[in-house]
Write a protein that binds this ligand. Structure first.
Ligand SMILES: C[S@@+](CC[C@H](N)C(=O)[O-])C[C@H]1O[C@@H](n2cnc3c(N)ncnc32)[C@H](O)[C@@H]1O
Ligand SMILES: *[C@@H]1O[C@H](CO)[C@@H](O)[C@H](O)[C@H]1NC(C)=O
Ligand SMILES: *[C@@H]1O[C@H](CO)[C@@H](O)[C@H](O)[C@H]1NC(C)=O
Ligand SMILES: *[C@@H]1O[C@H](CO)[C@@H](O)[C@H](O)[C@H]1NC(C)=O
Length: 314
């Protein structure tokens, strides 16, 4: 999906950081242009689009691009259907609450694997991208999280890495793995042929579960096998918050934008939001544009750790 470019972009990293500040301002100007253009009245003749509303490219650095006066975090809030998230529940209650709500109180690891899937699974089959980057250890050591929400798990490479880190640090951490476990359209055509399918139903979920079982991590990982939108919305309602929230699901702009915003709602005050693929070109930098727009709208700073972007809540 997005690997070959990592090495290349890793090398470009230091250059990118040096350029970060002027680039950020440039991106803001671009955003101003793009959003202003999109929100321009649609009644004008389609053959003669109105000029972009930005006229001053030379405004001083203390002057916010005009769009930020019109669009703020409230306007872009995808969660307006609920007035606010639930009061945070105690970290000890996160696992039982989710097990009760999602699985009627029974751990999905009980009596796993079911017979029809067992013979089609490998004992372990893990493949990730940047899943063992230093960012995981850096953030886990710093935050000492009780709850980690991972949005985008696939076969569990990054989740299992975090489970191992928290275990070795003696932390009592639950890692909530949000993924619809469908991969992406056609993902089996190439490198993942070996992940079997029954009547078009790919066994990604079962293989992930099998990996967790093989790594003895069934007590620290909770699968949340739903789309990111519905899973994060429900966590918000239930008062389930993460000390760390990792975003690594859809890599197009719209998916990343939505996951970042929803993820921010379930981030505990003082927690850290982070994610993969700020640099890769494989996705035409959709993630990067979403991260930068989010940071601009919320007046947050983006820092870089390896291939990952990091945004602190406070
Ligand atoms: C790049 S993989 C995650 C890799 C994993 N974090 C690792 O490093 O090992 C992206 C995952 O996001 C999931 N995904 C994509 N869009 C999703 C959505 N809207 N809701 C839930 N999961 C989604 C896919 O099923 C896929 O497993
Ligand atoms: C966003 O703008 C609206 C007016 O359009 C204002 O009422 C609201 O307080 C602003 N919110 C923030 C967080 O700045
Ligand atoms: C949920 O679990 C209870 C027992 O704890 C059982 O009586 C009930 O039938 C279960 N409901 C569903 C929908 O499986
Ligand atoms: C899991 O536990 C079993 C039994 O205690 C042990 O043999 C195995 O090495 C463990 N696997 C890992 C990956 O820790």
């Amino acid at each position: 999906m997005k690997t070959e470019h990592h090495h290349y972009y890793h090398k470009k990293l230091s250059t990118a950081i040096k350029l970060a500040r002027p680039t950020a301002y440039f991106i803001l100007l671009l955003l101003t242009y793009a959003l202003g253009y999109l929100s321009a009245p649609s009644s004008t003749s389609p053959s003669s689009p109105s000029p972009p509303p930005v006229t001053s490219a030379s405004s001083s650095s203390t002057h916010h691009p005009p769009i930020l006066h019109l669009v703020n975090s409230t306007h872009l809030d995808h969660f307006r259907v609920t007035t606010r998230c639930g009061d945070p529940i105690h970290p000890d209650l996160v696992r039982p609450t989710l097990l009760r709500f999602l699985f009627n109180g029974t751990s999905p690891f009980e009596n796993f694997p079911p017979e029809h899937a067992a013979k089609r699974l490998r004992r372990t089959r893990v493949k990730g991208w940047g899943s063992k980057g230093a960012v995981f250890e850096n953030l886990i050591r710093r935050v000492k999280p009780r709850t980690i929400i991972e949005v985008g798990t696939f076969l569990g490479a990054s989740a299992l890495h975090m489970a191992e880190l928290t275990r070795s640090l003696g932390l009592k951490t639950q890692i909530l793995c949000v993924d619809d476990f469908r991969g992406w359209a056609g993902f089996r055509t190439d490198r993942f042929k070996d992940i079997q399918m029954i009547n078009g139903d790919v066994l990604l979920y079962y293989q992930f579960m099998q990996n967790v079982a093989s790594f003895n991590a069934t007590e620290s990982i909770v699968p949340v096998p739903f789309s990111s939108g519905s899973a994060l919305m429900k966590m918000c309602e239930l008062g389930v918050y993460g000390d760390l929230v990792e975003i690594d699901a859809g890599h197009d702009f719209y998916s990343a934008w939505s996951d970042i915003n929803r993820g921010y709602h379930v981030l505990r005050p003082g927690g850290i939001l982070f994610g993969h693929d700020y640099f890769t070109a494989a996705d035409n930098k959709g993630v990067r544009r979403a991260v930068d727009l989010f940071a601009a709208v919320h007046r947050k700073k983006v820092t870089i750790d390896g291939q990952h972007w990091v945004i602190e809540s406070s």
